[in-house]
Design a binder for this molecule. Sequence first.
Ligand code: MRU
Length: 372
Amino acid sequence: MKVGGQHFRTIWLKPDDEAVVQLIDQRFLPHRFVIEEVRTVEQMATAIREMHVRGAGLIGASAGYGMYLAAIEAAARPEAAEVDERLTHVAAQLKATRPTAVNLSWAVERQLKNTADGKNATEKVALALRTARSIADEDAEHCRMIGQHGLELIRKIAGKKAGKRVNVLTHCNAGWLAFVDYGSATAPIYAAHDSGLPVHVWVAETRPRNQGSKLTAWELGEHKVPHTIIADSASGHLMQRGAVDLVIVGTDRTTFTGDVANKIGTYLKALAAKDNDVPFYVALPSSSFDWRLRDGLKEIPIEERSAEEVKQADGWFEGQQVEVRMAPEGSPAVNYGFDVTPAHLVTGLITERGVCEANEKSIRTLFPEQAQ
Ligand code: MRU
């Protein structure tokens, strides 16, 4: 997508040095556009853990490039078996950085499987590079396809509204910043806007880290998509007043039965949507399905982050990014990163292969190769 009119992905190899990964450091958005250079797998693990990069697809792509950097480092060892041993060790470290987004372990496992075929260190590095590139390119292409399938949903609603704007509500940032390009929840919105449909987005701010008001609002603004930031708690009120035509959110992990883990607060929006007959869609590339998990509530690991994220906020003040405390210093806080929306509250899943219902039969019809 575009930043200041120039096309960017969220992660790429440095053009004149392929041993360096460049990425957009999201901690500084929307105030400053900073590109970070990552040279070691340790630096990549930090970038994922500390959320320089975030969002399911981008976490997967970053882990893919992290494994490539690890392969370069490990290639100093003479024996192929030693390289494998090092990669297995690093794989566990990367997987431990953030527990909820399944794209992380999916990408790491894919790297382990592919690099195992290399007969020596040089071959393993080449395979790791090819795999990292494929993960990133597929992510972008799958999100582009999600946009095309989701566009039809928006087009249908627009057809019924006779030229009035279509209001989409979204939560957190499942935009291009959360992937390599296009985004999942935002891809249909960009496709609709680009094809001339009058689309407007309600952007839920998404406490505590405000990925909605900081990131989604920024990227929609860069693409000139009309949008309005709302407090998280305003979503139900807007739905009761008929101001929301559909909800589209992303997901960090969805079970093969259609239970959806997404940023904390998603479940409450799904409940409000159900009560007000507002369609509630989840957009995801197939890399965000967990084909091993049946029961999202019982089985999806929910990340708990620092309580300080709840008690503090950061923002821009007199040319600087500053942190302020909003809560009594002594009050305890707890910070669940995600919640699970049960399948029965989900109207449909928008994938790269089309739209399906949030149930096992419908999901497996789109992905028959994932038969048990
Ligand atoms: O904690 P984050 O910012 O990595 O959370 C992930 C998200 O951005 C959301 O949960 C998003 O809606 C799904 S990831 C595409």
